[in-house]
Write a new protein. Structure first.
Length: 273
């Protein structure tokens, strides 16, 4: 069985979008592309070598694969010539749920969904290392497929952009297996999956009256929110039923439902990046 290792460059606020250059990924007007490069030093390079020291294959989302395929085959100069040769020689798995993907970069294989990734993980072979690929990483974390992470944290706050973590990741604790701080403030942490989340408790043996009042108020607010949500759900259901009557039986027989928009954007799943 292979391990899946997430390799990520992130800002202090967790952004991993376009670390390498302004044109890499300007999605949604992101204007800080290249934020990682001023911090690339000897320590940074040595820790990258650590990520790539064991035999591995690349596992990439479609957008990151296209960025790499348009760059690394044409790069053979120092200081990253070694990485270019490595990436060109190994196998590259590109994950895209839909659409055409040009996999002419030597050693490239197209995967269509997470089920394909799961099957690949079960096979014998080198570990699978991700680079970039935000949406793919989110899916891997949500499907409990990540065995290790190497996170390079750059001392900048970007204020927005695609982030490494999203709600829905499978909860786990990770063990720090190595770390390093460079003179320019870069913090590198290498982590391996360890087990379940351990929790503790700082509560007093006997809660104060103020704590009891706070807990009761918090519970009351939660009940109010829950009632409002339920009320909204009932209203939406009523509106849906009314819409169904307006459309008529013929519309439903034809397969149309007001709860299932038929726009092309809704029908075609977005590719993993």
């Amino acid at each position: 069985m292979r391990k899946i290792i997430v390799g990520a460059m992130v800002s202090l606020d967790g952004v991993m979008q376009a670390p390498g250059g302004p044109s890499e990924d300007p999605t949604k007007g992101f204007k800080f592309g290249g934020w990682e490069m001023p911090y690339f030093d000897q320590q940074f390079g040595e820790e990258l070598d650590r990520v790539f020291k064991e035999k591995f294959d690349l596992l990439l989302g479609r957008k990151t694969y296209e960025i790499f395929a348009a760059y690394w085959p044409y790069y053979d100069d120092a200081p990253l010539g070694g990485i270019a040769k490595l990436f060109n020689d190994i196998k590259k798995y590109a994950v895209s749920r839909s659409g055409e993907v040009d996999t002419s970069w030597a050693g490239s294989v197209l995967l269509r969904d997470i089920a394909d990734v799961k099957r690949l993980k079960q096979e014998d072979g080198p570990n699978l290392v991700t680079q970039g690929s935000t949406e793919l990483v989110h899916a891997l974390l949500a499907n409990d497929l990540v065995d290790a992470m190497s996170i390079f944290t750059v001392p900048v706050v970007l204020g927005g952009g695609k982030k490494l973590f999203a709600d829905g990741s499978a909860p786990h604790s990770f063990k720090l297996t190595g770390s390093r701080v460079s003179p320019n403030g870069l913090i590198v942490g290498h982590y391996e999956r360890e087990g379940e989340i351990r929790i503790g408790d700082t509560m007093l043996d006997a809660p104060s009256e103020r704590e009891i009042a706070r807990a009761e108020a918090h519970e009351a607010r939660g009940l109010k929110v829950c009632r409002r949500r339920r009320s909204g759900e009932h209203q939406k259901r009523d509106e849906t039923v009314d819409g169904a009557h307006q459309v008529g039986v013929e519309g439903f027989v034809a397969g149309w439902s007001p709860r299932m928009p038929t726009s092309p954007a809704r029908r075609n799943a977005a590719p993993m990046s």
